[in-house]
Structures are given as structure tokens and as C-alpha cells.
Design a binder for this molecule. Sequence first.
Ligand code: RIB
Ligand code: NA
Length: 317
Amino acid sequence: MTAVVVAGSFNVDHVWRCDTLPAGGATIAGRYSTGPGGKGFNQAVAAGRAGASTTFVCALGDDAGGALARQLAGADGLSLVAEASAEPTGTAGIYVDARGRNSIVIGAGANASLSIPFVTANQSLVGSAKVLLAQLESPIETIEAALELARQNGVTTVLNAAPANAPSTISLLKLADVLTPNETEFAALLSRHVGERIEADDVAALDGATLHELCRKLSGNTVVVTLGAVGVFVSHAPERLRGDSSAYYRVAAETVQAVDTTGAGDAFNGALAASLATVADVPFAQHVRFANRYAARSTENEGAALAMPRFTPADAV
Ligand code: RIB
Ligand code: NA
């Protein structure tokens, strides 16, 4: 049985490591590497390596990228449920600077053809999972259908509203038991859906009560805002504290020597889903602390999916 189903994207990442990110019009030198990525795949690998039996639902092209996805999923012990697409497998061009920060361009390719009928055909798989985890690199209506299906079957839904410029609707956000934007995505959602204008850079400095109030405007359910080096902010609906003693709180970041933050958010989401799916009857804060530690460790390795560490909630206590 699958504990976690991840519905989302697979990309072949093309990565250039440079001292500084290239400015417009500039030509600079970098060290090239390639490897598997895509928010969906990264999160699925993280969930699996964090100890949950995991199925990855995606769309792949009939090409080398698609073959790579199948091979790596097999090597990682993931079940792969892939819709065949006539488009090329997804790609991403990524620049990473000396401080581990990145800029990313995505070619959605096959990811754009993940369809509602395909998700519906996998209804029993989605409906029997403990947690469904999704992102916004796939068509929004397909993600909405997957979340709805999960909800109807009492499956816990986690939505990572990434990337920040992806379209979203408030009805989509409402389908998430747990919504997990980073500060940039949080600012984008606030501006798009509730007309609150806050700079992403200012989010972390807001006091807890204000952050909580903003989270409540976005969702009737739990919101977890990941704040990079500042840690994580958690906000619950007052009537649904998930075993926590306060409706909102912060979890501090772990100290690490980050070499590559690509996929750190994905590490967090995959580990959170794995912990929610495999560890029963603990306060929500314990799941968040595990995910926080897991994500921190992932930044110590170069790469996205292949940088996911192997440790489970049981190893972490
Ligand atoms: O979150 C990181 C991921 O974003 C990369 O692996 C890239 O493929 C893009 O999807
Ligand atoms: Na990394």
C-alpha cells in the first residue's frame, strides 16, 4: 500500500554553478551538470527517502528524460504512474550562485499534459493513500481534481503552492488540509487572492499575530510558511490545532553550510508528507520539526532529487 501519493512534475534539470547569477545581457562562465528534478519528483524522492512508501503520478515524454524518470524511480523504490505525453519530458535551466541561491527557467513540456482523466483512472490509488501531496507545476485543474478525489476519501491533502507565478484559485487553496507556500509564494497568494500587498522579503519579519491573521485570510485550514534561513511559521484554524497547543508558532531553522538550496522546499514538503503519513498521534509541530531538519540537510548536497538525504522520523528522534 502507498502511504504518500505525489502528483506533479518531473524535469531534467540543467544546472550551471556560477559565482554570481548572470545579469540581463551578460555572458558568464559556470560549471555544468545535469540531473533529475521537477518539484513533484523531488518531493516524491524526499517522501520515499524519509521512509514513506510513495507513488509518483506524473506525465512523461517518450524520450531520454522519460526513461531517466523511470530508471531513477525504480532505483529509489518509488512506484511510478506516468501518463504518456507526445510532448518532450519537462526541463529546467538552473543557475546556482556561490551562496547556493538559484534562478530557474522551466520548460513544462509533458508536465502540461497531466490530465484529469488520468488522475481519475487512478482514483483507487489516490483514495487509499494517507497523504496526497501536490504542487503547481502541473495543470491547475488536474491538481484540483486530485485534491478533490483525495478529500472525498478522507486522505490528508498537502498543497505546495509553488512556483510563485503559477496560476491558482482560492477554491484550489481551500482543498488543502495543509498549504505550504514559501515567503515568495505566500506574498504572491496574498496579493492575488486577498488583495494584501506585502514584499516577500518582509514576510519573515512580521510578528506572529500578523502572520497568523494573513494565513487565516488564505485558508480555513493549516498554513505552513517556509522562510528559508529564518525557519518556518505554522498557523492553524483555531478549531483544528492538529495536536498542537497554540494556533500559531515559529520553528527555527537548523544551522547548515548550504551549498545548493535547489529543492530545499521540495525536501520540506516530501518529508512533511512522509511524517504525516507514517507517524500517528504526535503534535503537528513534531512533523514540522522533522521536515525542517530534513530540508536543512538537503541543502548540504548539490542537486535536487538526488540531494535528498536518507533519514526517517524514527532516525531523527
Ligand atoms: O524546486 C526545484 C525544482 O524546480 C527544480 O528541480 C526544477 O526542476 C524546478 O521544477
Ligand atoms: Na540541494
